[in-house]
Write a protein that binds this ligand. Structure first.
Ligand code: UD1
Length: 339
């Protein structure tokens, strides 16, 4: 039976929503984080949402010794691994930082699990591994590639996990390829906490709406799409979270080996669609300016979610209106994050 679930990166945007979902579904999450891209102030907030005290381990996954020590006494049934760096631009400037954290960190974790016979693992992968896919909506068997070191760490991690699962037939490993998670918890007390100027669209829009940034730069308006701006598959963070409990259930029902699933809605929206939906949800008029294309952006990225729908018995249930409403509610209530 899977009960005690270690969530690495459990204090982050995606991790905290997974922890809340695990609590709601009767699991016992253990939050592991080094707070390099999150705040310890989230812990009491999460405890309030979960109505219980949480087990917290402040360890850096690069620290093999501490990680091994933790596993010695933790009786972990499954690991959900999110702790990784994710800024594309920074990964180009500091590739070794990314390989050390995202790859060595993963290997440390797998070694600690091997030593202590923990057999169940869920990995946070990304739609970035599809690059500029020929077939959109994108099925899992599309060719995969990477255009930058960050993407390569996701690709390599999946390879490492496949090899590891092949070497031990008792292992159950599922990689989830996230499309574009936005939105926030219904309490509006946890959400995405960008440090500095956000790279991603939704947090950037929120900063403009809060008056912290003057306008949104729309990167490219001459793509081969209906309105000329890029299309993405935005998915509510609560749906991303429930994808993980669905994967845990698949493992609990006897799945062994390695498999990958897309977590997306299957519906694509352009940058301007998001701007308009945000305006409607917030009632705020958003200043927007056309800007040059951003290097590395693909025109269209949208999931074919059929495999997850069927095999994980999971389906995204929130629409764009709710994503914008819930995301904005968080930023409006906590404009400075956790203070
Ligand atoms: C980006 C990363 C991806 C990573 C994901 C999660 C790139 C090229 N891709 O995905 O590898 O897995 O974040 O961290 O960085 N946009 C604007 N103005 C802005 C910000 C974004 O027009 O200020 C546009 C982008 O050009 C894109 C869309 O909004 O068309 C979504 O961008 P973003 O939220 O950064 O997500 P991805 O590019 O899909």
């Amino acid at each position: 039976m899977i009960k005690r679930v270690l969530v690495t990166g459990g204090a982050g945007f995606i991790g905290s929503h997974i922890v809340a979902d695990l609590c709601e579904k009767g699991y016992e999450p253990i939050v592991l984080d080094n707070f390099s891209n999150s705040s310890p102030k989230i812990i009491p907030v999460l405890e309030k949402i979960c109505s219980k005290k949480l087990e917290l381990v402040q360890i850096d996954i690069k620290d093999k010794e501490k990680l091994f020590n933790f596993f010695k006494s933790a009786s972990v049934d499954a690991v959900i691994h999110l702790a990784a760096y994710k800024a594309v631009g920074e990964s180009v400037e500091k590739p070794l930082k990314y390989y050390e954290n995202n790859i060595s960190g993963l290997v440390n974790l797998l070694l600690a699990m091997q030593e202590h016979k923990v057999k169940n693992f869920i990995f946070s992968s990304s739609a970035t591994v599809y690059g500029d896919a020929k077939v959109v909506p994108i099925p899992e068997n599309s060719p995969i590639s990477a255009a930058n070191p960050y993407g390569r760490t996701k690709l390599m991690s999946e390879e490492i996990l496949k090899d590891t699962a092949f070497s031990d037939k008792d292992l159950s490993i599922i990689a989830l390829r996230y499309f574009n998670p936005i939105g926030a918890h219904k309490s509006a007390d946890i959400g995405e906490l960008p440090s500095g100027i956000p790279n991603n669209l939704f947090p950037y829009i929120a900063q403009v709406a809060l008056g912290k940034l003057p306008h949104l730069n729309v990167f490219g308006n001459d793509y081969d799409t209906p309105d000329g701006t890029c299309i993405r598959d935005y998915i509510h963070i609560l749906d991303i979270a429930s994808g993980h409990t669905a994967a845990l259930e698949k493992i609990a029902s006897g799945f062994k080996g390695f498999d990958v699933y897309n977590l997306g809605t299957g519906i694509g929206y352009s940058v301007l669609d998001i701007v308009n939906a945000f305006k409607k949800a917030s009632g705020i008029d958003l200043p927007v300016k056309p800007a040059a294309r951003r290097a590395g952006d693909v025109p269209r990225s949208c999931a074919n979610p059929d495999k997850a729908n069927k095999e994980l018995n999971w389906k995204a249930k929130y629409n764009l209106e709710e994503m914008c409403k819930d995301g904005w509610a968080w930023y409006k209530k906590h404009p400075e994050g956790f203070v």
